[in-house]
Design a protein around this ligand. Structure first.
Ligand code: SAH
Ligand code: AVI
Length: 332
């Protein structure tokens, strides 16, 4: 397949000012429960995205460098096995690791289009602009949207060449188990049986000390990232959270095999969330769950994929078995 001659960038913005509604709904739902909880997508305003970038470079946070190393070693093989002309990426962020695969697909002469989807607008726009410079002839169709709501807006494949849907970084682990399988099923709907592949990054179960260190770094960057959701609510919903009055907590839940991040109130507090007319009471040491990050065994991964109508074809891991990239296809 030939690369197109002229580069093109389209960015569709599906999130607007009214979209604090989704934050408002999540706050109304999650902060009025007996055990308070918020979904992790609200970490990622531009400051949250920068903090996540810093997390990726921390010595304690092994997933990013490990996944990058697997990609560096296996990208050419993935390019050959898939022959992909299009890469759709969910939660694309800065696409730092994705570039490795995009280059391999470009080197193989098959790459035409990249479709990144992320909630952070600046990230989608910057990444799109940079990639068309770096990879002459590449078309980018960026989507600023919520992958839980907007997968239906992913453009259909524009020719018969295979598509890779990439979901990297272990972000699938941030879904609770039931919705994780439902989400995988909606990803499968983007794929043509026998043609397209899912490239999924999953963090693997390992010694709890290694896992807990990755979410409790010495510099406190993860703590700052965790507290960022309070800043987002203050700005977007006129809330008056006292950010420093909440302590970062991250621990491995051995039974569920996931890392759980929480924010613990240092004392009794009443917080006003003006935009939704809500007063939220925190008891001393009361915790608000902000993220789960599930860790996988190959069996759990295979089970989740199978439940979504996907068939695991290849499991690529590093020598220490820290992280896995898998290639799956949709069952016909
Ligand atoms: N894929 C990158 C980034 C992972 S961080 C990597 O592997 O390093 C998770 C990314 O998903 C962030 O860029 C965040 O903005 C995005 N994200 C989180 N929830 C999202 C949602 N519901 N819809 C779209 N993007 C989301
Ligand atoms: C994006 N996601 C896979 C990260 C994780 O490890 O679950 C988010 C993160 N939370 C704390 N550190 C990094």
């Amino acid at each position: 397949m030939q690369r197109v001659a002229e580069a093109s960038v389209v960015v569709e913005v599906l999130l607007g000012p009214g979209d604090e509604r989704s934050l408002a709904d999540d706050v109304l739902d999650g902060l009025t429960r007996p055990f308070k909880e918020l979904p992790p997508k609200h970490f990622y305003d531009s400051r949250g995205a920068e903090l996540f970038d810093r997390i990726c470079d921390l010595p304690e946070y092994y997933p990013t460098r490990t996944e990058r190393a697997i990609l560096q070693e296996r990208a050419a093989e993935i390019a050959e096995a898939t022959g992909a002309g299009e890469l759709v990426e969910l939660g694309s962020g800065t696409a730092a690791k994705t570039r490795i695969l995009l280059r391999a697909l470009a080197d193989a002469g098959t790459l035409r289009r990249y479709v990144p989807i992320d909630v952070t607008e600046a990230m989608v726009c910057d990444t799109a602009a940079r990639l068309v410079e770096e990879l002459p002839g590449l078309g980018v169709h960026g989507i600023v949207g919520d992958f839980e709501r907007h997968l239906g807006r992913v453009p259909p494949p524009d020719d018969s060449s295979p598509r890779i849907v990439a979901f990297l970084g272990g972000t699938i682990g941030n879904f609770p188990p039931g919705s994780r399988r439902r989400f995988l099923r909606s990803i499968a709907r983007l794929m043509r049986p026998g043609v397209d592949r899912l490239l999924l990054g999953t963090d693997l179960v390992k010694e709890p000390e290694v896992l807990e260190r990755a979410y409790n770094d010495d510099q406190g960057v993860t703590a700052d990232f965790n507290r960022n959701v309070l800043r987002v609510m203050n700005r977007e919903l006129g809330a008056d959270f006292e950010v420093d009055a909440f302590e970062h907590v991250a621990f491995f839940d051995h039974e569920r095999e996931w890392i759980e991040m929480r924010l613990r109130a240092s004392r009794r507090m009443r917080v006003r969330v003006e935009a939704v007319g809500l007063d939220v009471d925190f008891a001393p040491r009361e915790e608000l769950r902000t993220e789960i990050s599930a860790k996988f065994t190959p069996e759990r991964l295979q089970g989740d994929l199978a439940a979504a109508g996907l068939e695991l074809e290849e499991l690529l891991t590093d020598a220490d078995g820290l992280f896995a990239l898998s290639l799956s296809s949709r069952r016909s």
